[in-house]
Write a protein that binds this ligand. Structure first.
Ligand code: BGC
Length: 400
């Protein structure tokens, strides 16, 4: 490829930020829009009582289960396990197949005793939050396809399954289901002193969340001014300036037409973009986002033109993430012009990808681009990489 078709100018990135701003604002007015803006009915408590909870985390690549204890407001992960659970492993699954797998893994936790009655479930797919803390699955993303789970509460059925499982001797009473962006946001709230907060994931998939005033979420018809976490589902944004390669990757996916932003940005698709560019060359069949990062970090081992394209794809991803953060910042500052300093809790394998010198190259690219795109006088501080934000944030949700 001679020309960098993935290149985006600052003016184009600003248009992308503006377009996202408009679509986030539309989603705050009405349900069923391109950007869902899902209010999450879980309010993180400031003074969390001492207790022990089971935390589950399923994001599209792995499933994790952990027992987390809170003492004097401090969370400790007592035990955790991780098992591969991606689109590949779940082919042909039904709800019961999934729940049986999860139950078998959970039963391996040795510190799971009868004191543990609450579950925090970080479920990283579009799901509408209910007042009781459960969530209804709206659609699958990241290549997962378990049709009998659609449009049903995610937590209730899992709780029932676990409570009747032969190898689990705990009676669970309550389950809170939250998105990973919201878990990350909750974990980031321990950094005090910011006017507003955002959560961002750039891993297998991508998405953002933020805290918004209830009276600014018009579709809720609520005049209160208290803050509520909103899961944007920004991976579904259809931005301008996508390329013919993006169109081909979308056409080959199992959810054609949706998650167009995610397909240009996230780890689940970076390898697909690359393979599509080099479809007439020998590239290994299962080349993925990890291989792309490896190619950028070890250029001497690969053909020069391939390394060049890998960099173009990776850089565009970071620039698009910066544009989306700027778009969300524009929404927040339009709602409340006193917002100047925004704290960002970010997570995900792509976002925290390191270069050869162990420096967070991707995060640096996002920061650099943000300087050019943010409204005047507004800044976003990216918090240092947190340890286990999904597990901690879900434990906070369970105990709130
Ligand atoms: C899902 C989001 C999730 C994001 C990051 C997307 O595919 O729709 O709910 O937050 O991936 O894991």
């Amino acid at each position: 490829m001679k020309q960098n078709i993935f290149d985006l100018t600052t003016a184009e990135l600003k248009k992308i930020a503006d377009s996202l701003q408009g679509k986030i604002e539309e989603g705050l007015k009405k349900d069923g829009m391109e950007i869902s803006d899902i209010p999450t009915h879980i309010h993180p408590k400031k003074d969390i009582q001492d207790g022990k909870v089971l935390v589950l985390d399923w994001g599209g690549t792995n499933f994790r289960a952990a027992v987390v204890a809170f003492k004097d407001g401090k969370a400790t992960i007592l035990e955790s396990l991780k098992r591969p659970l991606s689109a590949k492993e779940t082919v042909g699954f039904e709800q019961d197949t999934l729940h049986e797998k999860m139950a078998e893994w959970i039963s391996e936790l040795k510190t799971l005793d009868s004191q543990v009655t609450q579950i925090g479930y970080c479920f990283s797919y579009p799901a509408a939050s209910r007042i009781n803390g459960d969530a209804i699955l709206l659609r699958w993303t990241k290549g997962i396809e378990i049709p009998d789970m659609l449009e049903k509460p995610v937590g209730e059925s899992l709780l029932r399954y676990l409570n009747s499982h032969r190898s689990i001797h705990t009676e669970f009473k309550d389950i809170k289901v939250i998105n990973d962006t919201v878990a990350c946001l909750f974990a980031g709230l321990s950094e005090t002193g910011y006017d507003s907060y955002m959560g961002l994931i750039v891993g297998t998939g991508t998405n953002m969340a933020s805290l918004m005033r209830l009276d600014k979420i018009e579709k809720l018809n609520n005049k209160e001014q208290s803050l509520i976490p909103v899961n944007l589902e920004s991976g579904n944004f259809f931005p301008p300036y996508l390329t013919v390669i993006d169109g081909l990757v979308d056409a080959m996916s199992n959810n054609k037409g949706s998650q167009r932003f995610e397909k240009a940005i996230s780890g689940g698709y970076l390898g697909e973009l690359f393979k599509t560019v080099f479809q007439h060359e020998k590239v290994k069949y299962d080349f993925d986002g990890g291989d792309l990062a490896n190619m950028i970090n070890n250029p001497e081992q690969f053909p020069e033109d391939q390394v060049k394209v890998a960099r173009w794809i990776y850089d565009r991803s970071a620039k698009l993430v910066a544009a989306s953060l700027a778009g969300l910042a524009q929404v927040l500052t339009a709602q409340d012009p006193s917002i100047k300093n925004i704290g960002l809790a970010a997570d995900g394998s792509v976002f925290w990808g390191k270069d050869r010198d162990k420096q967070p190259y991707y995060k640096e690219l996002v920061s650099k681009e943000l300087q050019l795109l943010l409204p005047a006088g507004v800044s976003i501080t990216i918090f240092d990489e947190m340890s286990e934000p999904n597990l901690i944030g879900s434990a906070i949700a369970a105990l709130s």
